[in-house]
Design a protein around this ligand. Structure first.
Ligand SMILES: [Zn+2]
Length: 503
């Protein structure tokens, strides 16, 4: 199968071309771009897209998303992470979802992502009490059917939940603590076996889908599990994906638990590597940033989620200057309520400007676009993805430039970051196949899937409402712990360090 796009404005987004488009033809053969240039011989193409008046750019890469939260879209507001987690990731009474509901939930995210310009996603998937092979199959099947490129995890926590957050045991009564502790922890050995099987069954599936390891966070997982996960990631050339320093509570956690920052802890245990992606990276210190830059690791900058939970702002300019690869993520569908990456780019383009009058610290539209494309691809260990070059994966968007967001037209990078919403996309191409066209996913019946999900929701929510009531018993204690962490000397002072984003 080959596709020709004729006479389009091509935005390569590699290091050489910056964010300036040029007019050319583009030829796709199989799942790759085979040529970009003026007046290509396109006579053999199976399908031709008239690119005149259109922009062709790399598809967007969402470097951090949690599809399980899709069932809570629009449900919660005005809670910090530690309190919100009680409801979105309940300690008591979490439901075990059928593979079909897992499929529908994932398809919902994949459909929204594809239609709004995301062609590649990193989906960090937690199931309670642990992910089964059937649930993981359902996630892979949904991405396979809708047609995204996806890197999918089994997320794990293998420390007792109340031991993952400082101070909560001071405030949770003995009965509740006993109930929480009775649930035990994720089984590291079983999880590693599950991951090994997942690599065998799914890694490289359909040429678009990969598995990755995602130990939740260094305060939520044992170091033995994290090191074993890193070994697996190395063996399969897969990402090692984790969460670090999202909240002030987590800035307290390193000094409280380990007597060092969580980044220093990762470094000391050999877990800070080029294949490491750190979601958030807000409360990092200057020495942390140096360690991260030396490792050439990646961060996922989840700017909408971070605002919703009041977490803070990642010091992106400093991370970029240190040599850290910066990617953008929506984060979970409960903490940003959408997977739309044009919204994430817009927010990322604005937030840094209110931190300081020093414009050198602000991000430019081309920097945002690179983070949302090649930055995300690098964090997913997908080297030939995220730019438009011969030999690279044919993942791209065709965008109509005659629409309101591009009229009148000035600087194209600024239009993409600040004006476009995804509504001008005419074609989303993934792995050389047109997966969505004119707002419709071509390979699934969107209306039927959404109708089926709506049918499932009353039963799910009836049970979830009971689960919320059970977990509300913890809320006062979690608020107290949150307040203590936010009021106290954050412990970094004891280490002689300050969080970079507050300097
Ligand atoms: Zn996350």
């Amino acid at each position: 199968m080959s596709i020709a796009i004729t006479g389009a404005e091509i935005l390569v987004l590699d290091a050489d071309h910056g964010a300036k488009p040029f007019t050319a033809d583009l030829l796709i053969q199989g799942d790759r771009i085979i040529a970009i240039g003026p007046d290509l011989d396109l006579s053999q193409a199976d399908q031709t897209i008239d690119g005149r008046g259109k922009l062709v750019m790399p598809g967007l890469v969402n470097a951090h998303m949690h599809s399980p939260e899709a069932l809570y879209k629009g449900r919660y507001d005005n809670m910090p992470l530690e309190v919100w987690m009680l409801y979105a990731y309940p300690i008591l009474g979490a439901q075990v979802l059928s593979p079909r509901l897992v499929y529908l939930r994932t398809a919902l995210c994949a459909i929204e992502s594809l239609k709004s310009g995301t062609t590649c996603v990193t989906d960090d998937v937690y199931e309670s009490p642990h992910q089964t092979p059937e649930q993981l199959d359902a996630v892979f099947q949904a991405y396979d059917d809708v047609g995204l490129r996806a890197t999918i995890s089994g997320h794990i926590v293998d420390r007792p939940f109340l031991d993952t957050i400082p101070f909560v045991r001071d405030f949770v009564g003995p009965d509740l603590a006993a109930q929480a502790d009775a649930l035990g922890t994720g089984d590291a050995k079983a999880w590693l076996a599950h991951c090994k099987e997942a690599f065998t069954r799914h890694h490289g599936r359909s040429g678009r889908l990969n598995f990755m390891v995602a130990p939740s966070a260094p305060q939520r997982c044992t170091v033995d599990l994290m090191q074993a996960a890193m070994e697996l990631a190395e063996a399969h050339d897969a990402p090692f994906h984790t969460h670090i320093l999202e909240t002030k509570m987590q800035a307290v956690t390193g000094p409280e638990f380990y007597g060092e920052t969580l980044i220093a802890y990762m470094h000391r245990h050999g877990l800070l590597r080029e294949r490491t992606t750190i979601a958030h990276s807000i409360w990092v210190t200057d020495p942390d940033i140096e360690l991260m830059g030396d490792a050439r690791c990646s961060i996922a900058h989840n700017v909408i989620s971070n605002q919703k939970l009041g977490a803070g702002v990642a010091p992106v300019r400093r991370l970029l200057d240190a040599g850290v690869n910066v990617a953008l993520g929506s984060d979970g569908v409960s903490t940003s309520d959408t997977t739309r990456m044009f919204a994430v780019m817009h927010a990322a383009g604005l937030i840094h400007n209110v931190q300081t009058p020093d414009t050198a610290y602000w991000l430019s539209a081309p920097e945002i676009l690179r983070a949302a494309t090649s930055g995300g691809a690098k964090s997913a260990c997908l080297p030939k993805t995220g730019t438009l070059e011969a030999g690279h994966k044919a993942d791209m968007l065709v965008i109509d430039l005659a629409t309101v967001p591009f009229t009148p037209r000035n600087n194209i990078a600024n239009h993409l970051v600040y004006c476009e919403t995804g509504s001008s996309i005419t074609h989303a191409i993934v792995g050389g196949q047109i997966m969505a066209q004119d707002g419709t996913c071509l390979h699934v019946d969107e209306a039927a899937l959404l109708a089926e999900l709506r049918e499932e929701m009353p039963a799910f929510l009836a049970q979830h409402t009971k689960t919320e009531a059970m977990n509300q018993a913890f809320e006062a204690a979690f608020w107290q712990a949150h307040k203590k962490a936010n009021a106290c000397d954050i412990g970094l002072h004891r280490l002689g360090q300050e969080p970079a984003w507050l300097q």
